[in-house]
Design a protein. Sequence first.
Length: 95
Amino acid sequence: MDKTSVNEEEKKIKVMIVEDNSEVAESIRDYLILENFEVMICNEAPQALMELKKETYDLVLLDLRMPKMSGEEMLRSCLLYTSPSPRDLSTSRMP
């Protein structure tokens, strides 16, 4: 592996997708991978919070309507209890 390959690998932006609908999550993941992002999918908010305690992400794409813990609850917990917090959080509410 040459230095160019290593530098490109180091520059990947890490994105976490928190979405209980696997088809939606996989569709977003596939697009982001094509754009050279490193992607992690969590299907539930508690799983995502545990992952955020172990790993740092640049961006979290968060569904607001999920079972067990809503996206709003996860967002509050994430901002209060994870360190460092992701640099960007994006939420969505699907009809």
